[in-house]
Design a protein around this ligand. Structure first.
Ligand code: PEP
Length: 250
C-alpha cells in the first residue's frame, strides 16, 4: 500500500513573511492527517522559516532543486547538505520549468538526483511531455527517455526513497488538467517501466504523483485512480484554503 503524498511547489512566490503566513495556515489544516504525507517546497530563502514553523509537524520540507556537490564554485546553486541543515529532507528535481527555461538536460537532472540520494534527500523526479510531443504521439517515448536517463545509476534501494512526478507540460499552470484516464494511463506506463528497469516489487512501492493544474475540484477523481499516489501542486498550493482542501482529498 503506497502512502499518498500531497506536495505543494511554491515556485518563485512568497517572501519570507508570506511563507510564514502560508505555512501557519497549512500547518493547522494538516494536523491530524495520519494516513498521508504532506510536503512543501518554498523558495530557498524561505526554507528555514518554513521548517522552523513546522519543527513539531510531520510535514516534509523540500527544496525546488538541488546541486550534486556539497559545496564549491556553483554560483546560484544550493547543496544537499545546505537543504538538510535548514530542515529539508527532499528535493524536487527536473521540474519542467528547470528543463525548459533553464535548459537543464537529462544528464544534469540525473546528476542532481544522484547527489540528492548520496546526501540522503528524497528526490522527486519530474517528467512530462509537451503538447507538441503529445500531439505527435511521442508521449511514451519521451517519458521513457526522461525516466531511464533521470534514474541512471539509481539502485533498487535508492528507489525506496525516490518519488516520480508525472507532469504533462501542457497542463502546468494552464488550467488544463489531464483527464483522470489520461493520467492513469501514463502512471500505469511509468510503473510498468519501473518494473522493467528495477523489479515489480520496487515498481509497486514507488509513489507516482500527478502534477498539472490539480485543484480542489479535480483532486478526488485523480486520487481515486489506482496508479496515482499523490499530487504535485503549483498554483493551488499558494492559496491555503485550496491546498487544505487538496490535502484533505477523500
Ligand atoms: C507545478 O508547478 O508542478 C504544477 C503542477 O503547477 P500547477 O499546479 O499550477 O499546474
Amino acid at each position: 500500500m503506497r502512502r499518498p503524498l500531497l506536495a505543494g511547489n511554491w515556485k518563485m512566490h512568497t517572501t519570507v513573511l508570506d511563507a510564514y503566513l502560508l505555512v501557519a495556515e497549512i500547518g493547522k489544516c494538516s494536523a491530524g492527517l495520519k494516513d498521508r504525507d504532506v510536503l512543501l517546497a518554498p523558495p530557498y530563502i524561505a526554507l528555514h522559516a518554513v521548517s522552523s514553523v513546522l519543527h513539531d509537524s510531520d510535514i516534509i520540507v523540500a527544496s525546488q532543486n538541488v546541486c550534486w556537490e556539497e559545496n564549491g564554485a556553483f554560483t546560484g546553486e544550493i547543496s544537499p547538505t545546505m537543504v538538510k541543515a535548514v530542515g529539508g529532507t527532499a528535493a524536487i528535481i527536473g521540474h519542467s520549468e528547470r528543463r525548459q527555461i533553464f535548459h537543464e538536460d537529462d544528464e544534469m537532472i540525473n546528476k542532481r538526483l544522484r547527489g540528492a540520494l548520496k546526501f540522503g534527500l528524497m528526490p522527486i523526479l519530474c517528467i512530462g511531455e509537451t503538447l507538441e510531443e503529445r500531439e505527435g504521439e511521442n508521449t511514451f517515448a519521451i517519458l521513457e527517455g526522461q525516466l531511464r536517463k533521470g534514474l541512471a545509476g539509481a539502485s533498487s534501494e535508492d528507489m525506496g526513497r525516490t518519488v516520480i512526478a508525472y507532469e504533462p507540460v501542457w497542463a502546468i499552470g494552464t488550467g488544463k488538467t489531464a483527464t483522470k484516464e489520461q493520467a492513469q494511463e501514463v502512471h500505469a506506463f511509468i510503473r510498468k517501466l519501473l518494473a522493467e528497469i528495477f523489479e515489480k516489487d520496487i515498481a509497486d512501492s514507488v509513489r507516482i504523483l500527478y502534477g498539472g493544474s490539480v485543484k480542489p475540484d479535480n483532486v478526488d477523481e485523480l486520487m481515486a485512480q489506482p496508479d496515482i499516489d499523490g499530487a504535485l501542486v503549483g498554483g493551488a498550493a499558494l492559496d491555503a484554503e485550496s491546498f487544505c482542501r487538496i490535502i484533505n482529498f477523500t
